[in-house]
Design a protein around this ligand. Structure first.
Ligand SMILES: [Zn+2]
Ligand SMILES: [Zn+2]
Length: 179
């Protein structure tokens, strides 16, 4: 997801120059912990603004995640939007090094005026992953005692009893058998 933006960087700021293109990548490696199981499709728009480029767009992709309850692997489709600023490191006209802006949250074009969207999309994907991902809406999860997958049927464990009920049970037992 690398684009050479030298041409757009040569455009004067304020002229409204922009570049748009579809994104289509068969295989993308975002992160060692993020398994992308689909092609990545989307769209990106880059606009020449003061100091650099304003880059926004979206991608659709599918991640392999785990069910929060039963830990089974699941395919989670995600629609991810992003908007970032990319600043040059080299002046496209003079070839001189550009002073860093000192601003946080800014991505940099490399010294050949390339925009690499991978890191921006990786960050957007991390933010888009839901806190809870379920294989089925009513996933029964794992038995907290033996780890059996309760979607496959019950296990032989005694149901866990609420701690407050335990106190009551002890009281009743003590009451019925006074020592
Ligand atoms: Zn599950
Ligand atoms: Zn069990």
């Amino acid at each position: 997801m690398i684009f050479n933006m030298a041409q757009l960087m040569k455009e004067p700021v304020g002229a409204g120059a922009s570049f748009s293109t579809d994104i289509h990548e068969e295989q993308v490696q975002l992160d060692e912990s993020l398994k992308v199981t689909s092609p990545v499709n989307g769209h990106v728009r880059m606009r020449r603004v003061n100091q650099g480029l304003l880059v926004d767009g979206w991608v659709d992709l599918t991640l392999e995640l785990q069910c929060t309850r039963c830990l089974k692997n699941i395919e989670q489709p995600l629609h991810v939007t992003f908007e970032e600023r990319f600043y040059p490191t080299i002046d496209v006209i003079t070839g001189a090094a550009v002073q860093p802006s000192g601003e946080d949250d800014v991505f940099l074009l490399d010294d050949h005026h390339h925009v690499d969207l991978t890191e921006a999309i990786r960050q957007a994907v991390l933010l888009a992953i839901p806190m809870v991902t379920l294989c089925e809406e009513d996933c029964a999860g794992l038995c907290p005692q033996c780890g059996h997958d309760l979607n496959l049927g019950p296990c032989d464990c005694e149901p866990e009893v609420d701690a407050r009920l335990n106190v009551l049970k002890t009281l009743l037992e003590n009451g019925s058998q006074p020592s």
